[in-house]
Design a protein around this ligand. Sequence first.
Ligand SMILES: *[C@@H]1O[C@H](CO)[C@@H](O)[C@H](O)[C@H]1NC(C)=O
Ligand SMILES: *[C@@H]1O[C@H](CO)[C@@H](O)[C@H](O)[C@H]1NC(C)=O
Ligand SMILES: *[C@@H]1O[C@H](CO)[C@@H](O)[C@H](O)[C@H]1NC(C)=O
Length: 312
Amino acid sequence: MCLVFSWLLTLSVVFSMAEKQICTYYTTVRVTSADCSGRMLEDLPTELLTDIQALSMSHNRMRVLHSDSFRRYTHLKYLYLDDNMISYVENGTFEPLQNLEVIRLSHNALETVPVGVLQLPKLRKLYVDNNRLKGGGGFEFAPTSETLELLSLANCHLENLPPLGMYPRLLELNISGNELKVLFPQQIAPMCRLHLLDLRGNPMLFNGSGGCECHSLATWIQQMNIYYAEVPLNCSTEADEWADGQFPCKQQPQDEMQTPCRAASVIEEKKTNIWLTWILPSALVVACLYIVLLLVGTRFHSLISTKCGMEH
Ligand SMILES: *[C@@H]1O[C@H](CO)[C@@H](O)[C@H](O)[C@H]1NC(C)=O
Ligand SMILES: *[C@@H]1O[C@H](CO)[C@@H](O)[C@H](O)[C@H]1NC(C)=O
Ligand SMILES: *[C@@H]1O[C@H](CO)[C@@H](O)[C@H](O)[C@H]1NC(C)=O
């Protein structure tokens, strides 16, 4: 009887350990990660360590993200949810993730960028590639992120670029592998720091037509010094003759479109400058004063106490 009981006890301990070990943990460069990838999971395991900073749930079978899915993992900086079947994300799901910097939602069944992702205050990289985005892709109602540096919308069946607006820090935009027909400089001009634009694999883009639009985009890309891996623009040849110097198409005043973005960048830089030129030195001065006062105070105190000691 006792033997059976102890045997059952051992079994249950082994099982609960197995439950906890669904995911593996590792730490590199002070980042604690949980790797739960490729385990046919339909939901997030419930008992992960709460202080993890990176979580991989890639290659699983999640369909829905619930508003309490990430409630316990507020330290997360990196979240990989690629290659699941996510098609629905409840409102508020990402709200607890105020420290999130990188999120991969690639290879899912999303029609829009989930509500709240673009609001995350520290978000730097957002991968939504290989989803079938519809309409505005969720960008039309979202605020523009002031921190985003990379956005991938590759292979999303896009016929039009979603209304992105101003992203003052965006350096890299990947819209390769879509079905874009046109792209106007004014659609990307509000991102004044754009450095890389991947337009490859858009076979319909200015397919030999739209001389003016095509050339004005090409010119703009050149002027802005934007690196793009391959020259994909097939501007019509008529316009080629205009290309050197004589350009009959009306150029958009792009400088104007970039003013708000540039202003935001300047404010950003000023903030850091203020921090460096005023706040840091002031803090140092205050700290020094405090130490000096402390020393003087101690001296004074010991002086009094020795004096008192003498009197006694
Ligand atoms: C979720 O949020 C979006 C945008 O804020 C809103 O349009 C939608 O009605 C909300 N859905 C629910 C179920 O609250
Ligand atoms: C853009 O995305 C595609 C698909 O994910 C990828 O293969 C390509 O390397 C990306 N481009 C750049 C410049 O990173
Ligand atoms: C460019 O467009 C023209 C006219 O539609 C077409 O004949 C040509 O094959 C295209 N070139 C490339 C490289 O796609």
